[in-house]
Ligand binder design. Sequence first.
Ligand code: UDP
Ligand code: MG
Length: 323
Amino acid sequence: MNCEILYLVIPCYNEEAVLPETAKQLTQKITQMIDKKLISPESRIVFINDGSKDQTWHIIESLHQQNPLICGIKLSRNKGHQNALLAGLMTVKEHCDMAISLDADLQDDIDAIDQFVQKYYEGNDIVYGVRSSRETDTFFKRFTAQSFYKVMKTLGVDIVYNHADYRLMSKRALNELEQFKEVNLFLRGIVPLIGFSSDIVTYERHERFAGESKYPLKKMLSFAFDGITSFSIKPIRMITTLGILIFSISILMLLYFLILYFLDKTVAGWSTIVISIWAIGGLQLLAIGIIGEYIGKIYLEAKSRPKFIVETFLQHRSDHSSQ
Ligand code: UDP
Ligand code: MG
């Protein structure tokens, strides 16, 4: 087995409480794997500071100074988890053969990394980490997450069930990922579109050992909404169907009122009309709103703004020559 370069890519937003411990555990893991000759000694751990407001970047800088395995990337401002992750992946892809993305809080079991690498050597370009259970989640998070996967599936979006952003991608897959120019970034939906041979690794998800979740309900909902509207046009089709249905009903109503007219009973039924005006008005507004959501997305795509701007890329001197 030839031993190739692995980079761990970890987006961090206000993670001062967990970083030192995360760095320690990951260093141990990577050192072990290097010793076992599973991966090259040029493998690295890369922390991406996503515009944190706390000491996160200082901690990354000092970890980089003390530890030859650790590198850091600083984004110019907070761009959100998905963009920070993409920034990391796109920056490291020139230096590595494979990259694994994971969260700074080590909720994802790092012992799965060996299996990821194993699957990579077996010839897979993408390896998805899949949670074996959701026992550590609150009922609410579990329920919302599962409903989300179900809705996505019904809408015909190809995503891997119970897979978050813990995954391995080969250099080849990363190069292809770069071709996806969209601004509404939902990596879980994009990565399966890349194709290549892939496999899954199941793992237990732990609780966050320190710090707070950076995904409050509001962010979670907007993430889910983005995921749906970036990948599926079925909501528009549903509106069309609804439109046809309502139009048919209005024709039936028209016939009904015509019959009443010929029977000279037109006074009755005004309430029906008032109610239908309100109902149709409401539905129209809803439809316009959802269509507007798509137009908003087209608008943003048309602008094709850069998804991230790297301010600094902290590297060890020896890594420059390995490019
Ligand atoms: N994160 C980020 N930018 C943000 C929000 C979160 O880079 O704007 C990172 C965060 O530091 C963590 C990962 O994304 O490494 C996942 O966040 P978190 O663990 O809070 O999410 P949860 O596990 O609760 O879904
Ligand atoms: Mg977490």
